[in-house]
Design a protein around this ligand. Structure first.
Ligand code: PLP
Length: 382
């Protein structure tokens, strides 16, 4: 089955429950259980209500994976995975440009538990060898960096992990299984903030861990103990949102490319970052690896921070808000949101200017979006 069909059909109960075409929500914390042999003890925190089970099968099918498990948030997926795989004395190699929450977890909480983390440039495989230790257990990257959308040498990550017996982990939130399927590519675990594209409607917070069975089971065991499980109602919403993932992501791929092209040609725009543009540093790699370039782009205006603020004030369709991956176009200045905690010198090193604007393109008509951006740009210049 192609991914579009899997999104609709994979994991669905057979026979259908009372003939219901879509999965009913089992909003029950606990289920009848007598302890007979083979009987499953179902309980909300155990992440195994019937809604969880269907969702897990569907998510695993999307990546041709052995198993999947949903979590209370994207950060729950990341933190529970790291605590399931790493012990005090272990070492992790991680990309140096990560989502802020992940960066803080890796640079603060893991070291406090005796887990060392070395941060490396995702594009310099030779530097990873220098970071390697006898205690290194895993390597962690993101499919595209936020907000400049650079793509690490993902092939080298997988080869490096194989050569040194490491677990290869990727946060695939920005690409989604529609644009990139990490397990087919050789990663062991693919993590998601389902808050973003997988749910796609900006109305829940959730995460997922997809991959090899024994690794997902290790994560599930910790989920039960740490209580980082997903509520059944959120499971149902995620299950419903997932069915339209391919439609949404392909529309967002197309619209983001149109908007990036429009912005790149606009006289008031200094620079555009979108891997679908030939001018982007990761364009060739993105063409090689991905089925689409994603729905996020960033750009800088000629007038810097002040012009950026005037632009945001004038938007009428796009909403000024953090987060991404929903049906609504969301626009934010990373220095005020995702990168607020990153020191100015570090932001400068990463190439994130104060005036940089990040756009998560929604599913509105792209001509309406371009008209909105056009009038806001003219207004910002005036
Ligand atoms: N991973 C990435 C790439 C993100 O952008 C985010 C949140 O913005 C997260 C993980 C964390 O996800 P959540 O907010 O669902 O915990």
């Amino acid at each position: 089955m192609k991914i579009d069909t899997k999104l609709v059909l994979a994991g669905e109960p057979s026979p259908r429950i009372l003939g219901a075409v879509t999965l009913p929500t089992f909003q029950s914390a606990t289920f009848q259980y007598r302890g007979a042999s083979g009987e499953v003890l179902r309980y909300g925190r155990y992440n195994n209500t019937p809604t969880h089970d269907v969702l897990h099968s569907k998510l695993a099918a999307l990546e041709n994976a052995e198993a999947a498990v949903v979590t209370a948030s994207g950060m729950a997926a990341i933190s529970t995975t790291m605590l399931a795989l790493l012990r005090s004395g272990d070492h992790l190699i991680a990309q140096n440009c990560l989502y802020g929450g992940t960066l803080e977890l890796f640079s603060t909480d893991l070291p406090a538990l005796g887990i060392d983390v070395s941060f490396v440039d995702g594009n310099s495989p030779h530097s990873w060898h220098r970071a390697l230790r006898p205690t290194t257990k895993a390597i962690y990257v993101e499919v595209m960096t936020n907000p400049l959308l650079e793509v690490a040498d993902l092939k080298a990550v997988v080869d490096f992990a194989r050569a040194h017996g490491l677990v290869a982990i990727i946060d695939n939130t920005f690409a989604t299984p529609v644009n990139f399927r990490p397990l087919d590519f050789g990663f062991d675990l693919s993590l998601y903030s389902c808050t973003k594209y997988l749910n796609g409607h900006s109305d829940l917070v959730a995460g997922a861990v997809i991959g090899r069975k024994e690794l997902v089971e290790a994560v599930t065991t910790r989920l039960k103990r740490f209580g980082t499980s997903l509520d059944p109602h959120a499971c149902f919403l995620l299950y419903r949102g997932l069915k339209t993932l391919a439609l949404r992501v392909r529309c967002q791929n197309q619209s983001a490319l149109r908007m990036a092209t429009f912005l790149a040609e606009h006289p008031l725009v200094r620079r555009v970052y979108y891997p679908g543009l030939a001018s982007h540093a990761s364009h060739a790699r993105a063409v090689e690896l991905f089925d689409g370039f994603g729905g996020v782009l960033s750009f800088e205006l000629n007038g810097g921070e002040q012009a950026a603020e005037r632009f945001l004030d004038r938007l009428r369709i796009a909403v000024v808000a953090p987060s991404l991956g929903g049906v609504e176009t969301l626009v934010t200045r990373p220095v005020t949101t995702s990168h607020r905690g990153v020191p100015a010198e570090e932001r400068q090193r990463l190439g994130i200017s104060d005036g940089l604007i990040r756009v998560s393109v929604g599913i509105e008509d792209v001509e309406d979006l371009i008209a909105d951006f056009s009038q806001a740009l003219e207004g910002a210049a005036a």
